[in-house]
Design a protein around this ligand. Sequence first.
Ligand SMILES: NC(=O)C1=CN([C@@H]2O[C@H](COP(=O)(O)OP(=O)(O)OC[C@H]3O[C@@H](n4cnc5c(N)ncnc54)[C@H](OP(=O)(O)O)[C@@H]3O)[C@@H](O)[C@H]2O)C=CC1
Ligand SMILES: CC(=O)[C@@H](O)[C@H](O)COP(=O)(O)O
Ligand SMILES: [Mn+2]
Length: 390
Amino acid sequence: MLQVAVLGATGSIGASALDVIARHPDRLRATVLAAGQNVDALVALCVQHRPRHAVIAAADGYIALKRGLANAGLDTVAHTGEDALDALVAGDTCDTVVAAIVGAAGLRSTLAAARTGKRLLLANKESLVLAGELLMRTAREAGATIVPVDSEHNAIFQCLPDSHAHAGLARLILTASGGPFRGRSRESLRDVTPEQAAAHPKWSMGLKISVDSATLMNKGLEVIEAHHLFDVGADRIDVLVHPQSLVHSLVEFVDGSTLAQLGLPDMRTALSVGFTWPERIASGVGGLDLLAQGGRLDFEAPDVGAFPCLRLAYDALRAGGTAPAVLNAANEVAVSAFLQRRMGFLAIPAVVEQTLSALPPVSAASLDVLGDADAQARRIAEQAVQHLVT
Ligand SMILES: NC(=O)C1=CN([C@@H]2O[C@H](COP(=O)(O)OP(=O)(O)OC[C@H]3O[C@@H](n4cnc5c(N)ncnc54)[C@H](OP(=O)(O)O)[C@@H]3O)[C@@H](O)[C@H]2O)C=CC1
Ligand SMILES: CC(=O)[C@@H](O)[C@H](O)COP(=O)(O)O
Ligand SMILES: [Mn+2]
């Protein structure tokens, strides 16, 4: 029986992970559920899944969580704070961790899982963008198994089963849906609303990643994520827009073969792979009927003129050091300001670019250096937001 900690349980990935877990009561059990601030949703999940521990990040939610669990007649133990979460992730109530907290807030618990050699189903791409070398080294040294569950990286993972395949690798091709604004000019995006930006054409996801998909920053973060996961340089990672979102990514080999993984756009497939790979279990996702899906697979080049975030991410990866951490932090500030209607959609790449220019990269030697870069970038990006709106 795999004992699973689901971090970000109240989110979109959390829901998909818990759906797969509930389908396999003989093999999978949710023992730890963690969320940010949504106490009611966390208690409801505890009623359904009966974990041993529930963690709410926001300290002011602790009493309500404790009371909610008691009122529901559960013996689930309530916790709050990052130290408590780290201890649970590292402890023996779980052997498998679904890392699905959104943003840099997920780094600490992701690292705690890696440090203690757990099976890590990694959705929280920001932790790899921020501290990829450190996270991969930590996992390697501790013997942790990282299974990427970001759909593109999960596809590549399935196409690269062993070191022989890796040795013959020519390039990775990440597919992108193009987001809700595919085909539009840069100027036409000036007044788009958060609702329009968050309306992803193919995937049902949290707000932050949906906006990232609309700017193509999601694909930029994924290029950096792929670099760390598969140890491939920026020059051998390409992006291809594929509006049907049925081909989840491709791997080209030196002999001219290209392998791809296809399936309906539903994260339960990638999560199922993560739980039991190399064995496959039912995920609840049906098979892919290509004719029913329209009978065609289209591909086009990304438009980096209209969507400069993709170029900024490649630049940050090539610059190295703390640049990806700065890119990530500035993007988190900018997306949040856009969602709060403090600035327009086109200001997102502007804030990221200004922050990157203000903070030249230094060697990302330690977690402290990366933490400082993240904090400085957030301050500078916030100033840029204020400057843009005044
Ligand atoms: N959704 C998807 O299909 C995909 C998502 N991903 C990645 O997975 C991650 C999660 O995405 P998604 O599920 O869409 O996001 P959601 O916004 O739907 O969910 C985010 C989750 O993180 C929790 N959370 C936020 N801040 C904290 C914190 N400080 N401590 C603990 N928990 C916190 C939220 O809790 P609360 O509800 O209480 O606020 C919620 O459970 C992101 O990194 C995203 O890029 C990758 C590929 C696909
Ligand atoms: C489901 C998933 O993995 C997302 O990251 C998805 O890829 C977003 O779609 P875009 O291709 O539009 O960024
Ligand atoms: Mn993805």
